[in-house]
Design a protein. Structure first.
Length: 233
């Protein structure tokens, strides 16, 4: 089964410093039919204005993956981690028994555009932790690359969830990849556009939710596409 979720149909939050589109329930946005897809609970497409961002706030028992598309994002947390995220640098924060962090636009002049995704862990109450890994070289070779994995992919940041893998690709014009098979697959077009077999065109911000699916061709349109694909239980 394939369900399409168009970019304009997503929940939308606008503040003077934030433009955020939510693929699923988030904050005060709620629809009983939008509680996630498999283990993926949050897929937020955020643009944050210069020299602003999310001040210190807390999480627990969640695997949080952040993927920057444009600009740079300054991360600080209570494990002592601090660093600037940029395109191609995968980041995972395991909230575990509890963590406080902030995410601020590192630039005083340019917006930062990023996607933040949350999946449930398979073990509650783990020690909070942080991991980042530059995978630009892998992305440049084409195809889909494991960004975050609970299944031991060596080139990916590690998730505390054996039932989830996040794949990403910067697809060249007309490049075709095969969508991984899983009980739940979430195909999100972060930039550009692509066409999914049996579903048709997907523009920027569109998503396809596959149930007991995968194995389909995903082909970038002439301008290319950057895609994020979750394969989960």
């Amino acid at each position: 089964m394939i369900e399409l979720r168009r970019a304009s149909d997503r929940f939308h939050t606008t503040l003077d410093w934030l433009d955020s589109w939510h693929s699923f329930n988030f904050g005060h946005h709620y629809d009983p039919n939008e509680q996630g897809h498999g283990l993926l609970l949050v897929n937020n497409d955020d643009r944050v204005r210069p020299a602003s961002g999310f001040g210190t706030h807390g999480h627990r028992d969640m695997e949080i993956v952040t993927w920057v598309l444009e600009g740079s994002l300054l991360h600080r947390d209570t494990t002592g981690q601090e660093g600037v995220l940029y395109p191609g640098l995968a980041q995972r924060m395991s909230a575990g028994w509890g963590i406080q962090h902030s995410e601020m636009n590192a630039s005083e002049h340019e917006d930062v555009h990023f996607v933040q995704m949350w999946v449930l862990p398979d073990t509650l109450g783990v020690e909070p932790s942080y991991e980042q890994l530059d995978i630009n070289a892998d992305l440049d070779r084409g195809g889909l690359v494991p960004i975050a994995s609970g299944r031991g992919h060596e080139s990916a940041i590690r998730l505390h969830q054996r039932g989830a893998v996040l794949w990403g690709g910067r697809l060249q014009p007309t490049e075709t990849v095969i969508v991984p098979e899983a009980r739940h697959v979430h195909v999100f077009v972060a930039r550009g556009s692509a066409a999914l077999e049996d579903a048709g065109p997907l523009d920027e911000g569109d998503a396809a939710r596959l149930t007991a699916g995968g194995g389909l061709e995903l082909t970038a349109c002439p301008e290319g596409a950057e895609v994020l694909v979750w394969a989960t239980d």
